[in-house]
Design a protein. Structure first.
Length: 753
């Protein structure tokens, strides 16, 4: 066999393995559904589906000369033919045998050996007709004793008419290259902004040169007149003055030419930057779409898992799947597969009670596990695993946590106090199982689930009600490549905090920091939370600050939160995430690196790890005291701002001053909210998507019901022309973000209210 034939055979085998995996998953899911099917028409359809899968796989195996797979598929075909012939009654054990055969197929395709010798399995498939006794098909009744079934709600996505098989490795390589272009996109945007700043600076200098020329021209005329009057018979004695004027005039013209060329260059660079943005975003979007798979691609393993586990524990379980057609990045799906499998195993093992116990408490004999996938907050995806079992015994969880030192024996012991006891289930070592089994009892599973989900930039939360069941919710980002982050400074070092863990960024009066039990704390969100210097957590030197305000970022992970003190909050921006690599796979408090628009690389901070470091540093991060109520007359203010950082800052400033604050993400949202009434003042940004602040102000002034509402525009646009446009639109105050202090905003609010 020459190299060309060898390469072709490798490609053929890779194609076969991909096709075979699809057939095996389809047969496994079809068997689970068939085992519980009661409608004759549905049963015939399902038998045809699994029969066709076995037949197609047999043909593909023959093409690549895989004799064992071909023989096993032929045995399965015989079994499916017997199912069709005996549709009225199915011998006990047939489905166990069929599942064993499909598992053996999966093992052969993955290069392993089946648990049962292939010859023995083929003999059992061939002699299955003699199996006794005979049972009728299951009925759809609460007393049915078959171990598990699956119900899928919603249509599966139809296969495309024209498709091309591309290896996952090649697709991942293309996607990584496209994601690398994001760095070029951010850099182009930064360079365009820098060039625009240079043009603006030159324009300012040009105006100053113009004023200088005018003054020199006037003084030149005066000098000539005085010289002519004093020495009418002498030549032009002010020649040096003339030469200076002419030189400055030529320089002014030369610099004007450069300014014109730079201005044209800035326009061209901005145009090229926008074109690059569109091309990179379009390319990346198309590649992401190509690499996205329906969530059903990882949920297909769950029906068989639930069926086998329920059968081994003599439980009766329904698995209901909703929203499986929603698509997600394949890399995210692969990474979240194990956490989902663990949660479903927990639901069967820990959650669903044995049938007799369920009947005693008035529940249906058959338990239910629901796996629901839905879009949340625009682009984020939520996967919820819910069961109607016994729920989580909080007292047992607390006792288990206390036994390993996570909860103090008595108040005032100085050890950690946890506000939400349910959050303890995610702590390593916490288990309510007295006996370790192959499924549970080690107290590591949920801790690993949380760690893996948070490593993806997601979050996991639990809700439970004793006697009524438990729900775990996993929330995932839409992609692994880019994310929104809040950039902060510690001395000369920059760091990025993912916004998924940031609850608020704010300026806090230094005198409002209170020491409680030897720790710095702040009152925030109705609770007293610990204040920790980020420099201390990262083992960096602290900068000496003389400012009256502290820059704080409130971060949270699950039940735990803290206020991180930083030297400067630079702002929120989109960054390109890069892994640290195998050599730095586990660096404390760092999860990756972010590439900024300037091309500079800065560390991405691991917020859950930071909070664990803060605990070790001695800070109690849960609420440790009741808040002190603020007695003040409350006026209601609406804030319209598309930046999360600015929105949080404005909200904090106004709420700290005693106002009730509601926030909106753009002008359209704000105008709709104002229509419902109840606001005394509006604070709005100028540049926002859908509807900007100028248009919002104009619409308010044209609305008879809102015309008298005070409006404050807070923006980065600080030129006189911008200010004039704001006032012409009807704004009562115009504050520039880079210049105004907190006192300026509060003074404007007090004056208008």
């Amino acid at each position: 066999m020459d190299d060309k034939e060898r390469a072709f055979r490798q490609r053929l085998l890779a194609t076969f393995r991909g096709e075979a995996d699809e057939h095996v998953r389809a047969m496994s899911s079809g068997l689970v559904e068939l085992e519980r099917a009661t409608d004759p028409v549905q049963r015939v359809t399902l038998i045809e589906t699994v029969f066709r899968g076995a037949h197609s796989l047999k043909g593909a195996a023959r093409a690549v000369d895989s004799r064992d797979v071909e023989a096993l598929c032929q045995g399965l075909e015989g079994m499916f033919a017997k199912l069709k012939a005996r549709s009225g009654e199915w011998p006990v054990g047939w489905f166990d045998l069929l599942h064993q055969a499909v598992d053996a197929l999966d093992g052969l395709l993955r290069g392993g050996a089946p648990r049962i010798a292939l010859d023995t399995l083929l003999q059992r498939l061939d002699g299955a007709e003699a199996a006794v006794p005979v049972r009728p098909p299951p009925v759809d009744d609460a007393a049915a004793s078959s171990p598990a079934r699956v119900v899928e709600v919603g249509e599966r996505p139809a296969a495309a008419d024209h498709t091309v098989r591309v290896s996952a490795a090649r697709l991942d390589g293309l996607l990584r290259q496209a994601e690398g272009l994001l760095g070029a996109k951010f850099t182009a945007e930064q360079r365009a902004a820098e060039l625009r700043d240079i043009v603006d600076a030159l324009a300012l200098r040009a105006r100053e040169r113009g004023h200088g020329l005018a003054a020199l021209r006037a003084s030149k005329g005066v000098t000539d007149a005085v010289a002519a009057a004093a020495h009418p018979d002498e030549g032009p004695i002010a020649e040096p003055h003339h030469r200076a004027h002419d030189l400055l005039l030529r320089e002014h013209g030369y610099l004007g030419t450069i300014e014109t060329r730079l201005n044209a260059l800035a326009v061209a660079v901005a145009h090229d930057s926008r074109a690059l943005d569109a091309m990179v975003d379009g390319l990346l979007d198309e590649l992401k779409r190509a690499s996205m798979l329906p969530v059903s691609s990882i949920l297909d393993v769950l029906p068989k898992l639930v069926r086998d586990l329920a059968r081994s524990q003599e439980k009766d379980v329904d698995l209901v799947i909703r929203g499986a057609d929603i698509e997600l990045d394949r890399r995210l799906l692969e990474a979240v597969r194990d956490p989902l499998i663990h949660l479903v195993r927990n639901a069967v093992d820990h959650g669903i009670e044995p049938p007799e116990q369920r009947v005693k408490v008035g529940k249906p004999q058959r338990g239910s596990i629901r796996c629901t996938v839905r879009q949340r907050d625009g682009s984020r995806i939520e996967i919820a695993i819910a069961d109607d079992g016994a729920g989580i015994d909080v007292a047992q969880v607390e006792a288990a946590a206390r036994s390993i030192g996570l909860v103090p024996e008595a108040p005032g012991s100085g050890r950690e106090v946890v506000r939400d006891p349910l959050s303890l289930v995610f702590r390593s070592g916490v288990t309510t199982r007295p006996v370790i089994t192959d499924i549970s009892g080690r107290g590591l599973g949920l801790a690993i689930v949380q760690e893996k989900v948070e490593a993806l930039g997601g979050s996991v939360a639990v809700e439970s009600q004793t006697g009524h069941g438990t729900t775990f919710r996993i929330v995932l980002p839409p992609t692994l490549a880019t994310f929104r982050g809040v950039r902060v400074q510690i001395g000369n070092a920059s760091f990025v905090l993912p916004t998924t863990h940031v609850e608020q960024a704010l300026r806090w009066p230094a005198e409002a920091v209170v020491t409680v039990e030897g720790r710095d704390t702040v009152q925030w969100g109705g609770s007293t939370i610990a204040l920790v210097h980020l420099a201390d957590l990262l083992e960096l030197p602290r900068e000496v600050s003389v400012s009256r305000f502290a820059q704080l970022v409130v971060v949270a992970s699950g039940d735990v939160r803290a206020a991180l003190r930083v030297d400067e909050i630079v702002g929120e921006e989109e960054v390109l995430a890069k892994p640290l690599g195998r050599q730095l796979s586990r660096v404390r408090n760092i999860v990756g690196a972010a590439v900024l628009g300037t091309g500079r690389t800065v560390p991405i901070l691991d917020v859950p790890d930071l909070l664990r470091s803060a605990m070790k540093l001695g800070g109690a991060l849960a609420p440790i005291a009741d808040p002190v109520p603020i007695a003040t007359a409350r006026r209601s203010i609406l804030v319209a701002e598309d930046s999360i950082t600015s929105r949080m800052l404005l909200k904090n400033i106004l709420e700290s001053a005693g106002y009730d604050v509601v926030t909106c993400v753009d002008g359209a949202d704000a105008y709709a909210t104002l229509q419902r009434g109840g606001f005394d003042l509006l604070v709005s940004d100028v540049e926002m998507p859908r509807m900007g602040g100028l248009e919002l102000t104009a619409r308010i002034r044209a609305d008879r019901g809102l015309a008298d509402l005070p409006v404050i525009l807070v923006t980065t646009l600080g030129s006189p022309e911008d200010r004039d446009r704001g006032i012409e639109a009807g704004a009562d105050a115009y504050l520039v973000k880079s210049r105004f202090e907190q006192s300026d905003l509060l003074e404007a609010v007090r004056r208008l209210l």
